[in-house]
Design a protein around this ligand. Structure first.
Ligand code: FES
Ligand code: FES
Length: 153
């Protein structure tokens, strides 16, 4: 049986009928077509599905959509402004922090939460903030460099 879910996603209100076992990840990708949020492990292990719910990072694969009914969700598509990239997106490109790109949206969402609370993080704070986001390609150094660049530190 489906129930009504109301979510504000990237500033836009949505009212959907979803089943009790639908995860937030499934709703974002399969119902709303927001494919920037990636499905990797689907078991809370990789972080590539990271989004913000009411400003806090969560693994969208680990959250039942109905449990966040009424919340404001931000995905990677909600950063930036039109053609203008978020400073983190720009820094990831300039620092060469994107290889296959599969981890990138989750990395940026975790980093965005970090910079919201800690605008000038040191390297330890950066590495702690992205500890739940796995990257199989980069070795992390350029990702850390990109976050420093975006922070101007
Ligand atoms: S897909 Fe959610 S943590 Fe890997
Ligand atoms: S760039 Fe490929 S997993 Fe991070």
């Amino acid at each position: 049986m489906k129930k009504t879910l109301v979510l504000t996603v990237n500033g836009e209100r949505h009212e959907l009928q979803v089943s009790a076992d639908a995860t937030l990840l499934r709703v974002l990708r399969d119902e709303l077509g927001l494919y920037g949020t990636k499905r990797g492990c689907d078991t809370s292990a990789c972080g590539c599905c990271t989004v913000h719910v009411d400003g806090n990072s969560v693994y969208a694969c680990a959250v039942y959509a109905l449990s966040v009914d009424g919340s404001a969700v931000t995905t990677i598509e909600g950063l930036g402004n039109g053609d203008r990239l978020d400073p983190l997106q720009d820094a990831f490109i300039r620092a060469g922090a994107v290889q296959c790109g599969y981890c990138t949206c989750g990395m940026i969402m975790s980093a965005r939460e970090l910079l919201a609370g800690t605008p000038k993080p040191d390297e330890e704070q950066i590495r702690h903030a992205i500890a739940g986001n796995l990257c199989r390609c980069t070795g992390y150094t350029k990702i850390v460099d990109a976050i420093k660049m975006a922070a101007g530190s």
